[in-house]
Design a protein around this ligand. Structure first.
Ligand code: NAD
Ligand code: TYD
Length: 353
């Protein structure tokens, strides 16, 4: 893998992956980041990376749905591997407006696969970054395994499920060398503050309500983003072609417990905050339609076959994340401009119960 095309490399996980890979002394290749910079894409998150890694990192503003743009990138950089992150990724947005999810997640993945097929002779891997949400919802017991039947609930997870099927089909039909990872909820630096953890941190610091959907008893499995990046690179290097690997944090938490934990940490880590105790800001709001009750991952295949397991505990991971948002005020302030504010404010005005 000498010339890796990273799609969606200006988003939360893509940024962390690019930083992770370029910092790995064993990786000598080039990264070509193709991103069309939607509201979730932030080139600022990769500030100075091109200067720090000359001849190793390149950015192309390109839409994965555009045949010409993507074909030209394969040609220009002699792409031999693809790490496909680009997606519309927020469940709430997919409920309000599914169109963009169908376009990017399904049609965009289809177009990337077609370009990969066109340049098949030079391709050693197409890695597809996907989600555990394709499996639907669990009750109180059990875990998702790689053989759990797909049962997506939201337009987001349905579009990711469709893209997973396409990737598998291109392996079986055309022999494209693929791997797929289905991962649980990520958190950490550079996450756009519409997702639960950064939203709660930033709202709390501003004294805004902390909107918990429904009764707050929905359970998510949380994985620190650097652990995910290490899992991705492990799968890309050692994973068997044609296989799917589940990735999880062994860290199940109820939303309400997680939000209370964030509040308590903020009381300690932001002692000058005018909004202590931050727990007083917690507000229960109308539930998300089709809200999956519980996610939990069995990642024993990845652990046993490829030797990966998560290193960060949620205690250290959440504290590190809060610290990052407290320190990186320039990034936070830039993010919290027009597009972000208008979505969040309209969304929660509609949702107030
Ligand atoms: P994100 O929303 O933060 O970033 C998505 C990136 O894709 C942005 O930079 C955006 O500009 C880019 N993009 C969107 N449409 C594009 C298009 N048509 N062409 C080119 N670029 C486009 O998402 P994320 O949280 O970094 O997630 C990355 C991937 O990981 C997604 O495929 C998502 O489904 C998957 N995933 C995310 C999580 C999570 O907890 N965030 C968990 C499991 C899997
Ligand atoms: P989210 O970060 O949107 O990830 P996903 O929907 O992909 O799991 O949400 C995580 C959990 O937190 C989910 O159960 C919905 C809940 N949630 C809230 O209670 N309030 C919020 O403001 C948000 C964004 C999410």
């Amino acid at each position: 893998m000498k010339n890796i095309l990273v799609t969606g490399g200006c988003g939360f996980i893509g940024v962390n992956f690019i930083r992770y890979l370029l910092a790995d002394p064993d990786f000598k290749g080039r990264i070509i980041n193709a991103d069309n910079l939607t509201y979730a894409g932030n080139p600022e998150s990769l500030e100075n990376i091109a200067e720090r890694y000359p001849q190793r990192y390149y950015f192309e503003k390109a839409d994965i749905c555009d045949q010409k743009q993507i074909g030209a990138i394969f040609e220009k950089y002699h792409i031999d591997a693809i790490a496909h992150f680009a997606a519309e990724s927020h469940v709430d947005r997919s409920i309000v407006g599914p169109d963009a999810f169908i376009r990017t997640n399904i049609n965009g993945t289809f177009n990337l696969l077609e370009q990969t097929r066109r340049y098949q002779e030079q391709i050693v891997l197409f890695h597809h970054v996907s989600t555990d949400e394709v499996y639907g919802s669990l009750g109180d017991d059990g875990f998702f395994t790689e053989t759990t039947p797909y049962d997506p609930s939201s337009p987001y997870s349905a579009s990711k499920a469709a893209s997973d099927h396409l990737v598998n089909a291109y392996h079986r039909t055309y022999g494209i060398p693929i791997t797929i990872s289905n991962c649980s909820n990520n958190y950490g630096p550079f996450q756009f503050p519409e997702k639960l953890i950064p939203l709660m941190i930033l709202n709390a610091l501003e004294g805004k309500p902390l909107p918990v959907y429904g009764d707050g008893k929905n359970v998510r499995d949380w994985l620190y983003v650097t652990d995910h990046c290490r899992a991705l690179w492990t799968i890309m290097q050692k994973g068997q072609r044609g296989e799917t690997y589940n990735v999880g944090g062994r860290c199940e938490m109820r939303n309400i417990d997680l939000v209370e934990m964030i509040c308590d940490l903020l009381d300690r880590m932001a002692p000058d905050s005018l909004h202590k105790p931050h727990r007083n800001l917690i507000t229960f709001v109308k539930d998300r339609p089709g809200h999956d009750q519980r996610y939990a991952i069995d990642f024993s295949k990845l652990e046993h076959d490829l030797g990966w397991s998560p290193e960060e505990s949620y205690e250290t991971g959440i504290e590190k994340t809060i610290h990052w948002y407290l320190e990186n005020t320039k990034w936070v302030n830039r993010i919290k401009s027009g597009a972000y504010l208008s979505w969040i404010e309209t969304h929660y005005a509609d949702n107030a119960s």
